[in-house]
Ligand binder design. Structure first.
Ligand SMILES: Cc1cc2nc3c(=O)[nH]c(=O)nc-3n(C[C@H](O)[C@H](O)[C@H](O)COP(=O)(O)OP(=O)(O)OC[C@H]3O[C@@H](n4cnc5c(N)ncnc54)[C@H](O)[C@@H]3O)c2cc1C
Length: 510
């Protein structure tokens, strides 16, 4: 079959990183085709609907969205900000950290609110609280693109030692107060905080962005993906769903000429960008095409843990809508429980009442996230199930899920004694769901685990050794909607004038 069209770019995967890269390139005059394996675009932005409730699978709130902040400006440049349906979380409490004794502590939006409220609760710890916030800001200043700057001052690449600071060790060095430590790092599930590996810079980039504007997406995060596709089409970009790329053809000098999908279709381009996990990218684009040292390093990198998600649809007007997130800890050692699946599981619940356009007073649904590893469901590791390729997992799997749901309900009842009576229906997903739908190894929440003991080794470059293959998405700089969006610009700067684009983004400051 003769292939007519050769695109400037083919992007494999329609996660936020893939779609943002596609819009940036199309907006700058390139012809772009996005190939997505799923029925629904968006990767972790996908939603599903049950009992007339929309459930987010991967995005519950986003930061950096106050006017003039980094994600605000990037979304303005991408053309989507003005159409987003956003709800600002409570200014004096976007995250509530609850300790095992039931006492709760707020994270306020804006550094003034964040510090003053904690100092009020821990007056003797004033210095530690100020030091923590000062350090977050200091570290963020080393990341030029995060601040939408060109990068001619102090940067992390000139000062790589800042990547070697451990978050847990740092917080331990500024205070002996165990409760305060757990409060400062209490939103750990946002970045899968781990005492032995999580770098302070990951905590800084993420917490700083939420302190500077935390928002929920009303009626679900898939609106981001839909709006990006609208923009892509405006610039004549194309997107095809149900196109699972499974191999690539090569021409001279190790250049990729086309990709082939499982349905046998083939698409040609000059350049290819993979939004897939780097390890999967190597498998699909051909292990033998990558230098063994690179291949081994990337494929041996550890991934962040996965999670169990429990989704409740609720009876009408039975449970309040909380305009903040709750990190409910059942152990004071809040970061030590990430790999513990003992009888005390779960140690931490992330609790969210999604923002619905129907009510701001009552929640129509409740979403719970808690850590779970693929090995907890290894019995079913060889089964695969997606909307496109449905396959029933067995009764034992359903029982496993029911048992876990019951454990979660019991935990919730310790905080909300009447909770059971509010439930209409319960649904859940396991690490297998993330593995199958998004393609992250082990169903990992946030991709490759950054490690302060090996910061360079756990960093992924957007360029690969295959001359016309590039990477984008959450593994490039850091994860999350903000991180993957920044990553998409990093990828595009291989082809576009960085200074010009940053200046254009900065036109949206006001
Ligand atoms: C449970 C959970 C909760 C989260 N909560 C938040 C939050 O509240 N706030 C926040 O900012 N971030 C959150 N995140 C993180 C955030 O969602 C991710 O970091 C981000 O969406 C990842 O984007 P990405 O561009 O790397 O691509 P991904 O979303 O990983 O998408 C990759 C895409 O590639 C496609 N693909 C894979 N293989 C192929 C193939 N062979 N052919 C074609 N297509 C393929 C997949 O189908 C998918 O669409 C959460 C993540 C999870 C899992």
């Amino acid at each position: 079959m003769k292939l007519e069209k050769q695109y400037d770019f083919i992007i494999v995967g329609s996660g936020i990183g893939g779609l943002s890269s596609a819009v940036v390139l199309a907006k700058n005059g390139y012809s772009v085709l996005v190939l997505e394996k799923n029925n629904q675009i968006g990767g972790a932005l996908q939603v599903f609907s049950r009992d007339k409730c929309i459930f987010d699978t991967g995005v519950h709130y986003i930061g950096g969205l106050d006017k003039g902040e980094n994600l605000y400006r990037m979304f303005k440049y991408l053309g989507i900000y003005d159409s987003l349906k956003l709800r600002s979380l409570d200014r004096d409490c976007f995250d509530l950290i609850r300790m095992p004794d039931g006492n709760s502590y707020p994270h306020g939006q804006g550094y003034e609110s964040f510090t003053s409220q904690l100092i009020h609760l821990f007056p003797a710890e004033e210095n530690a609280i100020y030091s923590f916030c000062k350090k977050l800001k200091e570290i963020c200043a080393f990341f030029p693109l995060y601040n939408l700057e060109i990068g001619d001052g102090q940067t992390y690449y000139n000062n790589p030692e800042i990547l070697s600071l451990g978050a847990w060790d740092y917080v331990n060095s500024i205070t002996n107060n165990q409760t305060l430590r757990s409060i400062l790092l209490g939103s750990g599930p946002l970045y899968a905080g781990d005492q032995q590996s999580t770098p302070l810079y990951v905590v800084a980039l993420i917490m700083n962005s939420y302190i500077k504007g935390s928002y929920r997406l009303v009626d679900g995060g898939s609106q981001i993906a839909k709006l990006l596709v609208r923009e892509l089409r405006k610039y004549n970009g194309e997107i095809l769903k149900r196109k699972e790329v499974n191999s690539a053809n090569y021409g001279d000098n190790n250049h990729i000429t086309s990709v082939v999908c499982t349905d046998g279709t083939e698409y040609r381009a000059k350049n290819f960008i993979s939004n897939m996990h780097p390890s999967l990218t190597i498998d699909i684009f051909g292990k033998e095409k990558f230098r063994p040292a690179y291949r081994d390093r990337v494929q041996k990198l550890e991934n962040t843990t996965s999670s169990l998600m429990v989704y409740f649809s609720l009876k009408e007007n039975s449970f309040p809508y909380y305009n903040y997130n709750i990190y409910d800890h059942f152990s004071y050692d809040c970061w030590n429980s990430i790999n513990d699946n003992s009888e005390n599981w779960p140690h931490t619940l992330y609790v969210c009442t999604p923002a619905s356009s129907k009510s701001e007073e009552f929640a129509e649904s409740l979403c719970i996230m808690c850590y779970m590893n693929l090995k907890d469901v290894e019995e079913w590791e060889n089964t695969f199930n997606t909307t496109i390729n449905p396959s029933e997992r067995n009764a034992a799997y359903l029982k496993f899920k029911k048992d876990k749901e019951e454990q979660i309900i019991k935990r919730l009842e310790t905080r909300y004694p009447d909770f059971r009576s509010c439930i209409k229906n319960v649904y859940s997903s396991t690490p297998l769901t993330y593995r199958d739908y998004i393609g992250t190894p082990e169903g990992s929440l946030y991709g490759i685990k950054k490690d302060f003991n090996n910061p360079i080794g756990t960093t992924i470059n957007s360029k690969t050794r295959v001359p016309n293959l590039y990477l984008t998405g959450q593994n490039i700089i850091f994860h999350g909607i903000l991180g993957a969006t920044i990553g998409s610009f990093v990828t595009c700067f291989n082809f576009l004038n960085q200074i010009e684009i940053i200046n254009k983004i900065n036109d949206y400051e006001k």
